[in-house]
Design a protein. Structure first.
Lengths: 346, 78
């Protein structure tokens, strides 16, 4: 593909996104928890606020307070994420088709709507940009890419703590390229320990307290019970990734019986096994599956009893599914254009 | 062939997206949709009731909230 064709793909993707969300940016108001974030505004950016949890996304609410500007910013962030994803898939696969197909499937997937249309999801989009920058830094074979890893991690954390998945995804990228070394794992662990130490120093928050970050008095839930509930929520989102017809901001997961929750967890474990088995035969599908599961993993541990896994929190795992779907389309096209199929068509 | 398949999938997504994005336009549309999909869950019902109340549809809002509370109580006692 020439540079001009890449530019045409990028422009077509951005145009499709504007077509999809343009009306929303123009007409939609603030909804749900947007108001809580607006109420916390003080009308000026505080540099010290950048050091607090979600500093970047939190401070952005000081500048952007109208629905139109907030929705436009989310759309711009989403387009940036899609372009970064295209760059990452291109680095990993060397295929322009897979890069643009993966990015377009992710960008236009109905499950990404909550992340873009809900202004409060801005934090999730910022975290995704940081994570992708770090992964791109790792995927590029130039030593100039290495500084992008800590820079991306810091940007991601300043967006939202969900960027913690960077410590799983960067090694995954290196592993996919056969470049993972013991010293890199040690480096990632040191960086993680440094960030955890910094978090403790700045906010007095220990690593153990992260597991109950969304809990408060009266909302306690046991780790096992939480795992089962999140397993069911993740399974629902996995199904919706392939059949996105029953989207909802607040689905009724209590209706899922215990056996269903246990089955969902077993299914997720089965996907992890499938990713491991496919790593040589279908490396990009295995990468996509592993990406989704690693991006999901912290949500199975960190308990937020009032908000089980929802659609905007599926934003990062959806990238792995999009990558797998792009490969599936390429394989399907290969089979359909095989001589046997052409004869049937004739 | 592969670009054609991709385009087909993306067009299908855009058709679904067109209906799903509208849900996020206001609190009323968001919670009406969520409440319809989870008729016995407390939060979407109460949030919808709050929106109806704010619009001056008090009677409808109170009826919806008391039904939601009743259903939730029933569910907890099971």
């Amino acid at each position: 593909m020439t540079r001009r064709q890449h530019l045409a793909c990028a422009l077509a993707l951005c145009a499709a996104l504007v077509g999809e969300f343009g009306g929303h940016v123009w007409r939609a108001g603030f909804v749900y928890e947007d108001q809580r974030l607006l109420d916390g505004r003080s009308d000026h950016v505080k540099p010290a606020g950048l050091l607090r949890g979600r500093g970047l996304s939190g401070q952005s609410w000081e500048i952007i307070a109208t629905p139109r500007a907030a929705h436009a910013l989310n759309l711009a962030l989403h387009a940036t994420v899609a372009l970064l994803l295209a760059a990452l898939i291109a680095q990993l696969s060397g295929s322009a088709f897979l890069a643009w197909a993966g990015a377009a499937i992710f960008a236009l997937h109905p499950l990404a709507i909550e992340g873009v249309a809900y202004a409060a999801s801005r934090a999730e989009l910022m975290a995704a940009i940081g994570v992708l920058l770090a992964c791109l830094g790792a995927a590029g074979r130039s030593p100039w890419g290495w500084p992008l890893i800590p820079i991306g991690a810091v940007i991601g954390f300043a967006g939202k703590e969900s960027a913690i998945v960077v410590f799983g995804l960067v090694p995954l990228v290196l592993m996919a390229q056969g470049r993972l070394r013991a010293w890199m794992v040690a480096g990632a662990l040191l960086l993680a320990a440094g960030l955890a130490g910094g978090d403790y120093w700045l906010h007095g928050r220990s690593l153990v307290s992260w597991a109950a970050i969304g809990e408060y008095a009266g909302s306690h839930v046991g780790a096992g019970e939480w795992l089962l509930l999140q397993g069911a929520a993740a399974y629902r989102l996995l199904i919706l990734s392939f059949a996105p017809f029953w989207l909802s901001v607040d689905p009724d997961l209590a209706l899922v019986p215990l056996a269903g929750r246990a089955f969902a967890l077993i299914a997720l474990a089965g996907l992890a096994e499938a990713a491991w088995r496919l790593r040589r035969r279908q490396p990009l599908i295995a990468f996509g599956l592993a990406w989704s599961l690693l991006a999901l993993a912290p949500r199975l541990i960190v308990r937020t009893p009032l908000a089980p896994l929802n659609e905007h929190q599926w934003y990062l795992p959806l990238m792995g599914i999009a990558c797998g779907l792009a490969v599936a389309i390429e394989r399907l096209a290969g089979r359909l254009s095989a001589p046997a199929f052409q004869e049937i068509g004739a | 062939m592969r670009w054609g398949l991709l385009l087909g999938l993306l067009l299908a997504y855009l058709a679904i997206d067109a209906r799903a994005v509208v849900v996020w336009r206001s609190d009323l549309s968001l919670w009406s949709h969520a409440a319809a999909l989870a008729p016995s869950k407390l939060r979407p019902q109460l949030n919808l009731s709050k929106q109806l109340y704010a619009l001056g549809r008090e009677e409808e809002a109170i009826r919806l909230a008391s039904r939601a509370l009743h259903l939730d109580q029933e569910r907890r006692s099971r």
